[in-house]
Write a protein that binds this ligand. Structure first.
Ligand code: SF4
Length: 352
């Protein structure tokens, strides 16, 4: 059996029963593909069901507000994905008559849909001869064919994609792509691949050359940036100060507490003496609680956040850009996971 048929035969026996594998509806496939980017299947599954329930069609998705979409997305990270989806749903309504496209050329024109996602949706929905190359596929191809071009370089991406495309059996792209990815995920795993039970073992380069642990090759990642966030959690009675983050940085459009970013961790005393604090909160505010620093990891950033909870006088007014809202309203607004988790702790603390 050749490579493609070997994989397809393995796939029919070993595939996981995942909900998006029972549909060829491009809208549903799009939901699953975007949700699962940078996300494990177990983590993405509840979001997939939630989105399908709240927005059963692209028309429902387009009609929702950005705030509703972000709220449902809360906890998944990479919030620009949710904003792009909202924009794309509206474009589909306006330019495609509400029919989510299933061909590569139309899909790639939509915001948030790159080559990978366009290939996935067009092959799963319409069996278009487009190959899908994700991390699992890179790994399998690098090991099986003995390729040491870095998989995160543009040269590597081109080489692996061309190779995969040449292996694709015409007219069976959906099945082949699923098989390729599932095999990489379950059999040719990143660590401790199951070589002993592998149907490709007799022709695998990495196994015979004892290079399974050296392949695939990656170039060094961009360094992680450290940031220090000092959040002032200002309570005015049962109201709390919140602000919405602007463009050009992480968490665009999400809500957080008034923030002073510093070059290093500030002690609560240093924060209280800082000009920014004195201008905005004066010296009559009372510190109730200090929490953190809490470490929060993003793909290229490591954030150390501390939360200083204050009671401000009833007469305090919000300085732009923040506003005082009730705790109930604060719970309903879309927030980064870091803020959401602290707010839950705070509300438990207050209501004790
Ligand atoms: S033999 Fe091992 S390294 Fe080679 S394809 Fe199979 S699981 Fe991957």
């Amino acid at each position: 059996m050749d490579f493609a048929n070997e994989l397809i035969s393995w796939y029919t026996q070993h595939k996981r029963d995942l909900p998006w594998r029972h549909t060829t509806d491009p809208y549903v496939l799009w939901l699953s593909e975007i949700i699962l980017q940078q996300t494990r299947v177990e983590q993405g599954m509840p979001y997939f069901y939630r989105f399908l329930e709240h927005y059963p069609t692209v028309a429902h998705f387009a009609r929702a507000t950005e705030g509703e979409i972000l709220k449902d997305w809360q906890g998944l990270g990479y919030y620009s994905r949710a904003r792009n989806m909202h924009h794309t749903a509206q474009v589909v309504m306006q330019q495609f008559g509400g029919q989510f496209p299933s061909n590569y050329a139309a899909l790639i024109s939509l915001k948030g849909i790159g080559e990978y996602t366009a290939a996935a949706i067009s092959s799963f929905a319409a069996n278009e001869d487009q190959v899908v190359v994700d991390g699992n596929v890179f790994r399998l191809l690098a090991r099986y064919f003995g390729l040491d071009t870095p998989i995160n370089s543009s040269r590597g991406k081109k080489q692996f994609t061309e190779l995969a495309q040449s292996l694709l059996p015409k007219g069976k792209a959906g099945l082949f792509n699923q098989a390729l990815m599932e095999f990489g995920s379950l059999q040719c795993k990143p660590t401790q691949p199951l070589c002993e039970t592998c149907p490709l073992q007799s022709s695998c380069f990495a196994l015979s050359a004892k290079k399974v642990n050296q392949l695939p090759v990656k170039v060094k990642k961009q360094p992680v940036r450290e940031r220090f966030f000092n959040y002032v959690v200002a309570l005015r009675g049962t109201q709390i100060a919140l602000q919405q983050r602007g463009a050009g940085d992480i968490w665009q459009g999400l809500y957080e507490f008034p923030l002073l970013e510093s070059q290093q961790v500030l002690s609560p005393e240093q924060l209280l003496q800082h000009d920014w604090f004195r201008t905005n909160f004066g010296d009559t505010s009372r510190i109730e609680w200090v929490h953190g620093p809490v470490k929060h990891l993003l793909s290229h950033q490591r954030i150390f956040a501390q939360f200083v909870v204050l009671q401000v006088p009833d007469t305090a007014t919000a300085a732009a850009p923040w506003q005082f809202v009730s705790l109930d309203a604060a719970e309903k607004l879309a927030k980064p996971k870091l803020i959401f988790e602290f707010l839950i702790k705070l509300i438990t603390f207050i209501r004790k």
